[in-house]
Design a protein. Sequence first.
Length: 269
Amino acid sequence: MGTGMVSRRGVFRMLAAGGVGATAAVVGMRAKSWFGPDRLPIDGGYAPAGNELGWHNGTVRTVWHVNTSRPLVALTFDDGPEPDWTPRVLDALDELGAKATFFVVGERLVKNAGLVKGRYARHEVGNHTWAHKDLAQRDERKVREQLRRCHDAITEHVGRVPTLLRPPWGHLGGSTLTVAEEFGYDVIMWSQRMRESVFVDDPGGIVADTAEAARPGTVILAHDVGPKDRLVCIDNLREIIKAVRARGFEFATVSELLAAADPAPATAT
């Protein structure tokens, strides 16, 4: 497909083989991960590869970046919408005609529906759970509840059916992949993030850092709610957009970026 992605089955083949040191990490931290909030994502959920009724035979795309020769990047915002923050992001995007993808928290969308009414029209909206819960620590039933409630809220208040999921903190367990398949979601991670904590008092630094790190097919993680150190991104979003464009890039929604993927190379038969 030309994207940086793996299937659900591929994820678990990798883990079973000890890919990226996963097996050692699980063994070394198992007692700790069973009880604490630092529980490992790969240790979570009670449906690591299927459900109680049998195996799922489908696949789920898990995307970090998109392999494309076109100068496109996807700017994504997590955790909103909230007053003060989200309108400022939307104002900057509207002023410069830039597109973005918002991974919304369902209960915040319902609470602030009037705040964003009609304002997501040019953008894409994805599922970020109902209450920003760690899906890797939840079984299939609880994951389904989190995704269904947010899915329905987006459908009602945005007027479109979401096709994308970003799990909070990027924590991805087997139960999440199982339910994502049911909804027909692509799971969207990121390949670059706004480093607000590094550049809290350095607006020029975050502008340059974000622009210089951009590559064709990059998925950029930002937030439209959170602690005050993230304001360095919000306050300088216009300059960030201009700097990325000055390097020859344009902003696309995640689905547009996926559609721009280069064809996968032919495999030998």
